[in-house]
Design a protein around this ligand. Structure first.
Ligand code: ADP
Length: 431
């Protein structure tokens, strides 16, 4: 406003002149502004240097544009200030000393109304004063509604999740949109539930199977004891009874040992104490342990292959897996059968193979025989004394060494179990 007033005061000054009598004349120059033009937008006062009013715009209706600024005769001084007329109108005015062509100085005061500006200001203040709180309320309300709508699935998911207990692990969260973040969260939760359900199932199956396996020898001991108590017999009869009870007790002890091994393995409490193990020697040691059983069935056990193959392994744990394989080979091979242990190695691995002349394993059972308590023919193997834990323990023992255990077999033509162990151990997790 000030700079446009400054510009305009110069235009006004250009239109001022004095006539021959020294009277002030306001004239239009090259159509820039005439008196009317000047009066139209601007309020003008022209004062003589000695404080006499020479001109005042009609629109001022006699009202003064305030007192003359002090020192206003100084031609370099220019004052801009705001003022209010008696009518209440707010103005911005600029006063400047102007020297007319005849050398007389006049004071030109030009003012312009600030009312449109104030009007705009109040309009803006009203809009902001009412509109802003209203907008804030509206935004808050919309935000609340949108958030409530967006979080509704979380609420229903939380309610559903709270209802899921160990007995209802087959329940799943309903996922409305699997692509958004909530959907992904729900899917992750459902996956966790699926894993939990599997673990619970395994645990239930394990408990049921273990109880069943423990119950069988206990029932046998109980019934043998009860029968022999009722029947009067001689010393040899009681010897036989005690002998068969001890057999069952032995089976129980083995079963409990296996269960303990697995429980400790599951809990990750078994530490490997790795030493240099010669596999040929280990095979000889294993055969030595099971020779008696093989002799009972007049079976031959042969060991051949590389005598110098060694691995860094926990001798006891590795021997346990080999004992389980050779024991199975003895159990499932017929009388006069042949069992062959072969040791060889590749650049990376040391390999032990146990080949038997047993009935072989059908393809549908081949992958499942490593599961806990899995037996191909329950009645046949029960007589042979297995609870279906030997292979799963062997598999755990081998994988604890970072190795693998595989079987090649065809029904009717024997089986070859192959343990493959890495020769160079970095760090292998025990599980
Ligand atoms: P088990 O103590 O019953 O032998 P395992 O876990 O050692 O338990 O074996 C699981 C099942 O795999 C056995 O019940 C048997 O049916 C089958 N199996 C294991 N080894 C042999 C083998 N050498 N020949 C034929 N079947 C075998």
């Amino acid at each position: 406003m000030d700079s446009s007033l400054h510009r305009d005061v110069e235009t006004v000054e250009g239109a001022l002149s004095a006539d021959r009598n020294g009277r002030l004349q306001i004239s239009s120059r090259e159509g820039e502004a005439d008196e009317d033009d000047l009066d139209r937008g601007y309020l003008l006062e022209v004062w003589s240097a000695d404080g006499k009013l020479l001109y005042r715009s009609e629109q001022l209706r006699g009202q003064a544009l305030g007192p003359l600024p002090t020192g206003s005769a100084d031609s370099n001084r220019q004052h801009a200030h705001s003022l209010r007329l008696a009518s209440g109108m707010r103005l911005r005015s600029i006063s400047r000393v102007h020297r007319l062509a005849d050398g007389n100085a006049v004071i030109v005061r030009l003012a312009v109304s600030q009312e449109p500006l104030w009007h705009e200001f109040w309009e803006m203040a009203t809009v902001l004063g009412i509109g802003l709180p209203l907008t804030v309320i509206l935004v808050a309300l919309t935000g609340y509604l949108v958030a409530a709508r967006a979080l509704k699935p979380v609420d229903s998911m939380a309610q559903r999740a709270a209802q899921i207990t160990a007995e209802q692990l087959n329940e799943r969260l309903q996922i409305e949109n699997p692509k958004d973040e909530l959907g992904q969260l729900g899917a992750a939760f459902n996956n966790t539930l699926a894993r939990l359900e599997r673990s619970f199932d395994q645990l239930r199956r394990f408990t049921a199977d273990a109880s069943h396996e423990l119950r069988t020898p206990l029932t046998a001991i109980q019934s043998v004891g009860e029968v022999s108590l009722k029947m009067p017999g001689d010393v040899s009869y009681y010897r036989d009874t005690i002998g068969s009870m001890l057999e069952e007790t032995n089976r129980l002890t083995q079963l409990v040992d296996s269960l303990l091994t697995m429980a400790r393995a599951d809990a990750g409490r078994i530490q490997l104490h790795r030493v240099e193990v010669n596999l040929f020697d280990l095979a000889g040691e294993t055969v030595g342990l099971l020779e008696v059983l093989a002799e009972e069935k007049q079976q031959t056990i042969l060991i051949d292959g590389n005598r110098s193959t060694t691995v860094k392994a926990d001798r006891t744990i590795l021997r346990q897996s080999l004992v389980n394989l050779v024991h199975n080979a003895v159990k499932y091979s017929p009388e006069h059968g042949e069992i062959r242990l072969r040791i060889h190695e590749t650049e990376q691995d040391a390999i032990v193979e146990v080949e038997d002349s047993g009935p072989g394993i059908a393809p549908e059972h081949r992958t499942r025989i490593f599961e806990r308590f899995y037996r191909v023919d329950k009645s046949r193997t029960r007589a042979a004394g297995g609870a279906g834990l030997g292979l799963s323990i062997a598999q755990w023992a081998v994988s604890a060494h970072g190795g693998t255990i595989e079987v090649q077999s065809e029904p009717g033509s024997g089986s070859i179990f192959q343990i493959c162990l890495p020769k160079h151990v970095s760090s292998v997790a025990v599980r």
